[in-house]
Each structure stands twice: as structure tokens, then as C-alpha cells.
Design a protein around this ligand. Structure first.
Ligand code: GLU
Length: 294
């Protein structure tokens, strides 16, 4: 029987904090409970913010926590061509379009809509949806603008893509630790509007590369924070469009800071390295995130 495959997939754009420690430890525990494997994937497509120093810090912190992972580690920055290949399939299927509207144009279009008394929909993270006025451009006009060097991003035509799937889109959410019980969740990719799949400066996106890599690495169980719960709808849509296997998902609780607010990479008092220097032990960290088993 194939062993279940779990992964921890941090971005090396800051120090790991208690929330990451919880996620990594939970993946380790779940993998162990079902005799599964644990992979580490470095999600470093943002070359401007990710650094080898942060990546080294991640490895140091995970080792210190007692987490072992398989090597070689997959580094997304080494696979831009593979993501471009998947994007090429979506371009060929006419499911993405070059979006030329600048931030200012987007803001103005939304302000105009709102001024006429209409509300403007926002995505689950609270950002206004892309107005997509340029979706109507004909093929020749698109090609002309691309040729003349107008900046653009490739956006998914989400409504069209979802309509093309035909069947209702769902994902399977598995329960904590035992990885035992599962439930079906209705996926609503339309809530996100036309998401960016590739930009001029970064030739992929989180959504595209996470789906590509989970498939390529044979990941069967994705356990990650609740902040990514709604994004799973986009991942399921991309998997359906690209014919990729569907992993099971578990979205775990988020660890709050001492002030009750969400942790961020800039809050150094909850950084794993800072806690280590302050004399805390790996077991203290387990206790702090509620994973102490003793
Ligand atoms: N790289 C993402 C993060 O650091 C996690 C992606 C995922 O687990 O799907 O938030």
C-alpha cells in the first residue's frame, strides 16, 4: 500500500513563529499516526522577499523541534518552467486571460461602480474582486497589447472555468490527529473572482504552484492553517481543470499571539528562534501550542 504523504510548506520570507511550529508538529504527528511520510517544501516564488538565510533558519528551527523530513527538499524557485507549462495549458484552453488593468484603474472602476449605489463584491480575504473589464478584449487586441509591451497578469476566468467543470466542486476535509473521519465541503471558487495565476515579475502564483507541487510530490494529505480554508476552492478548481489528483485537506486552528491577535512573521517575541534563545525547550513549544501529549 502506498504510504500517505504529508507536507509542511513554509515561505522563507521571515522567521518561523508558534503558528508554523504548530502546523509542522501537527503534520509530523498526523503522518506518524498513519505511518505516512513528511515532506518539507520551500515556497519561495517571491524572489524579492525570500532569502537563503530565512530558509536556513527554517531548517534549524524544525530540527530543533525534533521534526525530520525527506530530502531533497523541493524549492519552488527551481521549478518556474513547470508552472509555466501548466499555465500554458490553461492559456490554450482559453481559461485565463491577460488582465491589463493597473491598480489605479481597478480602484477607479470600483469607485465608479460604488458611486452609482452598487456594492462591489469582496473575496473571502476582504479584497475587492477584479472588475475584469478587459476580459471582453478580442484575441487580436490582446495580442497587440502584449506585443507592444503593456504590463499584464494572467488571470483565471473563474466563472467560465467553474461552469466548464459541470459537476459540483467539493473537497474532503479530514478530522484532527486520527485522520479518521471526513466530511465533504462545497467549494465556491466564484467567491474569489478572477484570481491572478502569474504576474510579470513572478511567473506563477501561490495558487498555481501549490496545486502543481502537491500533485507532483504525490501529497495525499494537506494539513494547513484555517487562513487557507477558502482558498482551497481555487485549488480544487485548478486540480479539476488540470486533471490533477485531489488530496484530502485539514485546516487547523490558528495560534493567537499574547494579545489575542493573529501571529505575524514580524512579531519577534513569538518567533521560534527567539523563544529558543530565551531558554524555552521544544517541549515548552509543544505545550504553548497545545500539543503536549504527556
Ligand atoms: N506557503 C504557505 C504559507 O507559508 C502555505 C501554503 C500551504 O500550506 O498550502 O502560508
Amino acid at each position: 500500500m502506498n504510504r500517505p504523504v504529508f507536507r509542511f510548506a513554509p515561505s522563507p520570507n521571515g522567521d518561523l513563529h508558534l503558528g508554523h511550529a504548530y502546523s509542522a508538529l501537527l503534520n509530523q504527528q498526523m503522518a506518524a499516526s498513519v505511518g505516512g511520510r513528511l515532506l518539507l517544501r520551500i515556497e519561495d516564488i517571491d524572489l524579492a522577499r525570500c532569502t537563503p538565510q530565512f530558509e536556513a533558519g527554517i531548517a534549524r528551527d524544525l530540527e530543533w523541534l525534533g521534526i525530520a523530513w525527506e530530502t531533497p527538499v523541493r524549492r519552488q524557485s527551481e521549478h518556474f518552467e513547470e508552472y509555466a507549462g501548466l499555465l500554458g495549458r490553461l492559456i490554450a484552453d482559453d481559461l485565463v486571460y491577460p488582465a491589463f488593468m493597473s491598480r489605479g484603474e481597478v480602484r477607479a472602476a470600483i469607485a465608479e461602480m460604488e458611486a452609482s449605489g452598487k456594492g462591489w463584491p469582496r473575496d473571502p480575504d476582504g479584497a475587492p474582486l477584479y472588475p475584469g473589464l478587459d476580459k471582453q478584449l478580442g484575441k487580436r487586441e490582446r495580442e497587440r497589447r502584449i506585443k507592444q509591451g503593456d504590463p499584464f497578469a494572467w488571470r483565471l476566468d473563474t466563472d467560465r472555468a467553474a461552469a466548464g467543470i459541470g459537476a459540483a466542486l467539493t473537497w474532503t476535509e479530514f478530522s484532527d490527529v486520527t485522520v479518521g473521519s471526513v466530511r465533504n465541503v462545497a467549494a465556491e471558487p466564484e467567491l474569489w473572482g478572477d484570481v491572478v495565476l502569474a504576474r510579470r515579475d513572478v511567473a506563477t502564483s501561490y495558487n498555481l504552484s501549490v496545486v502543481a507541487d502537491d500533485a507532483l510530490q504525490g501529497v495525499t494529505h494537506v494539513a494547513r492553517g484555517l487562513d487557507l480554508y477558502s482558498a482551497t476552492a481555487i485549488h480544487r478548481l485548478l486540480q479539476a481543470l488540470l486533471n490533477l489528483p485531489e488530496p484530502l485537506y485539514h485546516h487547523h486552528r490558528l495560534i493567537a499571539g499574547p494579545d489575542g491577535r493573529k501571529l505575524s512573521k514580524s512579531q519577534h517575541d513569538t518567533g521560534i528562534a527567539a523563544l529558543r534563545s530565551a531558554g524555552f525547550s521544544p517541549n515548552d513549544i509543544r505545550r504553548m501550542v497545545g500539543l503536549d501529549m504527556t
